[in-house]
Design a protein around this ligand. Structure first.
Ligand code: NOJ
Length: 603
């Protein structure tokens, strides 16, 4: 691949694209103008109905299986290790677990390149271990959500091997093969770009044709216009649903369909990627993402899970404007029940910026649609590292995430404030990092970007023993190096400290369980007036229940006015605080630096 100057610009623009699974900026930034906070109106009829769906009480925890717990001592996490830690998750208070893929895979993209959808990768265990895992999960009243990469398989998948073998193979049409504009591999079929950068076509000499891939060359896209492919994938879903799984997280769902005629992509003025649109690199991505057929496909998928009772969940990974994302929910909320919303991960950590996002999302996804705010995942810089590892700010973020309307998704380790680690590009285990190993470290530093996803995938820090208690073998070289922070920052230590990030999560999750209004009440932003650059405030409402959330994003002590006469404190990030305004003769109350409070009207 030629590394022209232009290519460098394109690559950097693409890898900066937080919306597409690649690590975002190290530090918060935003180009958006702030807008004044204001109260949201209730739904059109003015009623305060609860979200009708049974999913509103969910709190999802994401496990990256390689990194959660190693029970065999080989340095790689596995299913039996996860079983050992289910009590921890139950005590934490989550009620659904999303597992990044553990299907059989050559692990080129650590499981997002599946070679057999009906089996488990040997490093993670066996089908018997899976059965044990789901039994233990359900015994704790937790739901199990599998990660399903539908869009593409590994090149090692037998379907692809057959498809690639000859032009007249019966599975040839299962993938997207095309002639180049010229023969002999000298000109690609069109100008499409893959998301991690570079052209989206791989040449195969044996048939003098190109195969399309949206992500990496070893992940060719399946052709969902072929009814056999659709049926095959629906059967994969049924296979796991029959075994009791409660839902799926759908990998890059917005990329499922491509333009039938494979028309050249059109020009866009957008250079840098954003979480609000798919346009970037001067390409509109008009013909490869968010096609009308893909929105319809969301409803077909819902049809498959609706064959099962009780309700099974579909959580989509898709990128685009909120209006585009809204279409995945279906016109009657009959598509996906949830779609990730990533804007918090790439916007400056500022209350007015966040208020603007919340306002826009509440407008686009009013009840019964359910937002799904995320702070981090296995593709993004860990949230606390975007906050320069400020643990007080991390508690504010957690308080916000767990009290906004919608289903929160917590990334493993987020609950203890685990930071990102630094890894060299040329030894990166993440294929994206390796792809860009030629980019000088200094340039990354200067631009404030991280090009490998290794840093957010390090082993879970359970205790201060060697290997952080992640592996049964204290001496084994773990697949990624354990963060140097583990001696001071681990589950065992945080459990003992009432003021820890972990205990903050536990208290919030308990409150969310106890207060149905926090699960499914409506949300109304509260005008913070002159304090809008320091404080985010909103209330959650259900019938007569009113709960108020005030979050101080600044180092200053803030004087605020209570919206109710006798506020009763339910929670503060400050464990020493006993009441909201005890002793005060007026309605004023104070928020300490980076303090968040939740209160209701006292009786
Ligand atoms: C999005 C996933 O989150 C990411 O980890 C993966 O590399 C790509 N999709 C390709 O499957």
């Amino acid at each position: 691949m030629r590394k022209s100057k232009w290519y460098l610009v394109s690559v950097l623009a693409t890898v900066l694209w937080p919306a597409h699974g690649i690590i975002a900026w190290d530090s918060p930034s935003s180009t958006r103008e702030s807008q004044p906070a204001e109260c949201l109106s209730l739904n059109e009829s003015g009623t305060l109905a609860l979200n009708e769906s049974s999913i509103a009480d969910l709190v999802i925890y994401q496990i990256y299986p390689r990194s959660f717990k190693d029970s065999t001592g080989d340095g790689v996490g596995d299913l039996r290790g996860i079983i050992e830690k289910l009590d921890y998750l139950q005590e934490l208070g989550v009620n659904a677990i999303w597992f990044s893929p553990f299907f059989k895979s050559p692990q080129g993209d650590h499981g997002y390149d599946v070679s057999d959808y009906y089996d488990i990768s040997p490093e993670y265990g066996t089908i018997a271990d899976f059965h044990e895992l789901i039994k233990e999960i359900h015994a704790r009243d937790i739901k199990m959500i599998l990660d399903l990469p539908l869009n593409h398989t590994s090149i090692e998948h037998p379907w692809f091997k057959e498809s690639a073998s000859s032009k007249d193979n019966p599975k040839r049409d299962w993938y997207i093969w095309r002639d180049g504009k010229k023969p002999g591999g000298s000109a690609r079929p069109n100008n499409w770009k893959a998301i991690p950068g570079g052209p989206a076509w791989q040449y195969y000499e044996n048939t003098d044709q190109w195969v399309y891939f949206h992500f990496l060359p070893f992940q060719p896209d399946l052709n969902f216009r072929n009814p056999e492919v659709k049926e095959m994938m629906f059967n994969v879903m049924r296979f796991w649903l029959d075994r009791g799984v409660d839902g799926f997280r759908l990998d890059i769902l917005h990329a499922i369909y491509e333009d039938k005629q494979l028309r050249d992509d059109s020009f866009s003025w957008a250079l840098l990627p954003s979480d609000k649109s798919t346009a970037s690199l001067f390409k509109a991505h008009k013909y490869d993402l968010n096609l009308p057929e893909t929105f319809d496909f969301a409803m077909e998928l819902r049809g498959v899970v609706d064959e099962y009772q009780p309700e099974r969940l579909l959580l989509g990974e898709a990128f685009g404007s909120v209006e585009e994302l809204r279409r995945y929910y279906g016109p009657e909320n009959d598509g996906l029940q949830l779609v990730f919303l990533f804007e918090f991960t790439s916007t400056a950590f500022k209350p007015d910026k966040y208020a603007e996002i919340i306002r826009r999302i509440e407008k686009a996804l009013p009840p019964p649609y359910t937002p799904t705010y995320v702070l981090s995942n296995h593709d993004r810089v860990r949230f606390i590292s975007r906050l320069n590892n400020n643990r007080d700010e991390a508690k504010i973020a957690a308080t916000m995430q767990l009290t906004l309307r919608g289903v929160p998704v917590i990334y493993y380790g987020e609950e203890i404030g685990m930071p990102n680690s630094k890894f060299e590009l040329n030894t990166s285990l993440d294929p994206i990092g390796r792809k860009y190993s030629w980019v000088p470290n200094l340039l990354c530093k200067w631009l404030g970007i991280t090009l490998t996803r290794d840093g957010c995938r390090t082993p879970m820090q359970w205790n201060d023993k060697p290997n952080a208690g992640f592996s049964t073998s204290p001496d084994v070289k773990t697949w990624l190096k354990v963060s140097d922070t583990y001696q001071n920052l681990n589950v065992a230590k945080e459990s003992q400290d009432p003021a820890s990030v972990l205990n903050c999560y536990k208290r919030l999750l308990k409150l969310r369980r106890d207060y149905m209004v926090l699960q499914s009440g409506l949300l109304e932003l509260i005008e913070s007036g002159a304090l809008k650059k320091k404080c985010l405030a909103y209330r959650r409402i259900h019938e007569k229940q009113n709960v108020f959330i005030y979050l101080n994003f600044s180092r200053d002590v803030l004087k605020l006015e209570s919206p109710v006469e006798k506020p009763a404190l339910l929670f503060s990030t400050d464990v020493n605080r006993a009441s909201l305004n005890e002793g005060s003769t007026d309605a004023a109350f104070y928020l300490g630096p980076f303090e968040g409070v939740i209160f209701e009207e006292g009786r």
